[in-house]
Design a protein around this ligand. Structure first.
Ligand code: SF4
Length: 92
């Protein structure tokens, strides 16, 4: 099933027109957990992350975010789709 992730963080490498996330997968984590992880720990390793809790949405973050001008874009193994919402034409 195609993902439908809406996001307005326009300087993210995975941000797409119409406020759509074009990442092949993302992981949302608690702020505390995310702050302790390197850029290489991301959605591709999400099944190994320990579950954690948050009290409000303000205590969660998209760990997959990477600035569009970063040299760490390829650090996590996540790919970017050319089309909206789960398209198959992926590129780095
Ligand atoms: S990876 Fe996260 S921050 Fe980047 S566009 Fe997708 S949801 Fe937004």
């Amino acid at each position: 099933m195609p993902q439908h992730i809406h996001c307005i963080v326009s300087n993210c490498h995975y941000y797409g027109q119409g406020n759509k996330c074009l990442a092949s997968e993302i992981v949302v984590v608690s702020d505390d957990f995310g702050a302790k992880q390197p850029d290489t720990m991301d959605a591709t390793q999400a099944s190994t992350f320990p579950p954690s809790k948050a009290s409000t949405c303000m205590e969660t973050c998209c760990k997959t975010f990477v600035p569009s001008d970063s040299n760490q874009i390829h650090a996590d193994g996540v790919t970017k789709s050319q089309s909206n919402f789960g398209g198959s034409n992926r590129t780095r």
